[in-house]
Write a protein that binds this ligand. Structure first.
Ligand code: NDP
Length: 284
């Protein structure tokens, strides 16, 4: 008999990672539960890599007591092997960030791409531009969700540039996109409608190697990094008169499918300025 409810009989979900204290997911989901008046709780658990297999087995057999979970670094890739059913997005992106326990099976999904695309779609400037060429800087784990999201949004011409060119081959083969070195960025930017920073450059105040004087008029600048202040990339872009968007909405929107499934609601949880301010106040 599965035990995926708390003793009070309300659903409990959570997030696993290692470390986990920085995760904003508990603040996000518990805020939504409270705002929507839904019974439930969302927890966090530090799971070391050596304990992953046991955790997923216990999630499946009900010992964890959760109806599902989010998976964050460094377990997103290994989670693929522990799920019984995988969504197309999880398979293509090669990582799982959302698990739903259903009939004793772990259903693994990847909603990072959805968070990325919904964040862009919530931006009026983005809805107004043609979806022709997008240039992505970065080839880490997050870039895979970004590329998948851009393809779902209809961008036909996607170019990914990265400092370490060896990391680009898998992306080219898996997604059928064009790739090049970071130094070649100026060559590709001319006809782009959107430039995305999917690197960690900017987290500590660093600047991306972008020459703003050569960017095409009307190009949109998006950074998947988020924080109390915009990154240098976005503040400088703004000074040059470009429309800019940060990545907090990506984090928020990636949480919605899991929230609706775990806490059994058809309603979309609220995404507004209140939530943005609250989450940024909780960021460690
Ligand atoms: P990874 O560590 O997997 O990848 C890091 C990327 O940054 C690589 O492309 C790396 O290039 C590049 N990079 C790092 N330092 C430099 C440098 N000095 N010069 C040039 N390139 C550099 O990280 P993730 O892909 O998982 O995450 C990237 C960022 O995305 C995170 O820092 C996080 O802030 C953000 N993120 C946001 C999310 C959201 O919901 N908004 C979700 C997930 C991530 P190289 O290959 O050459 O090392």
């Amino acid at each position: 008999m599965q035990n995926t409810k708390s003793p009070d009989n309300f659903p409990v979900a959570g997030v696993i990672g290692h470390p986990i204290t920085h995760s904003l997911s508990p603040a996000l989901h518990n805020h939504w539960l409270k705002k929507m008046g839904l019974p439930g709780r969302y927890e966090s658990r530090d799971v070391a890599p050596a304990d992953c297999a046991r955790f997923f087995a216990d999630l499946r057999n009900g010992k964890v007591g959760w109806v599902g979970c989010n998976v964050t670094l460094p377990h997103k890739i290994v989670a693929l092997d522990h799920c019984d059913v995988l969504s197309d997005a999880a398979k293509k992106i090669g990582a799982v960030n959302t698990i739903i326990v259903r009939n004793g099976k772990l259903h693994g999904d990847n909603t990072d791409w959805l968070g990325f695309s919904e964040n862009l779609l919530s931006w009026a400037a983005f809805r107004a531009v043609p979806k022709n060429r997008a240039v992505v800087i970065g080839a880490g784990g997050a870039a895979r969700g970004v590329i998948y999201g851009l393809q779902q949004l209809g961008f036909g011409d996607i170019i990914v540039v990265n400092r370490t060119v060896e990391k680009l081959q898998d992306l080219r083969d898996d997604f059928g996109i064009a790739v090049d070195s970071l130094a070649s960025l100026p060559k590709h930017i001319g006809a782009a409608n959107l430039l995305v920073n999917a690197t960690s450059l900017g987290l500590k105040g660093e600047m991306l190697p972008v020459d703003f004087t050569t960017l095409p008029r009307g190009i949109l600048l998006h950074d998947i990094i988020y924080g109390a202040h915009l990154t240098h990339f976005l503040t400088t872009g703004k000074e040059f008169g470009f429309a800019v968007k940060d990545g907090l909405g990506m984090l928020i929107h990636q949480g919605i499918p899991g929230f609706k499934a775990w806490f059994k609601t058809d309603k979309n949880p609220p995404v507004d300025d209140d939530l943005r301010h609250y989450l940024l106040s909780q960021k460690k």
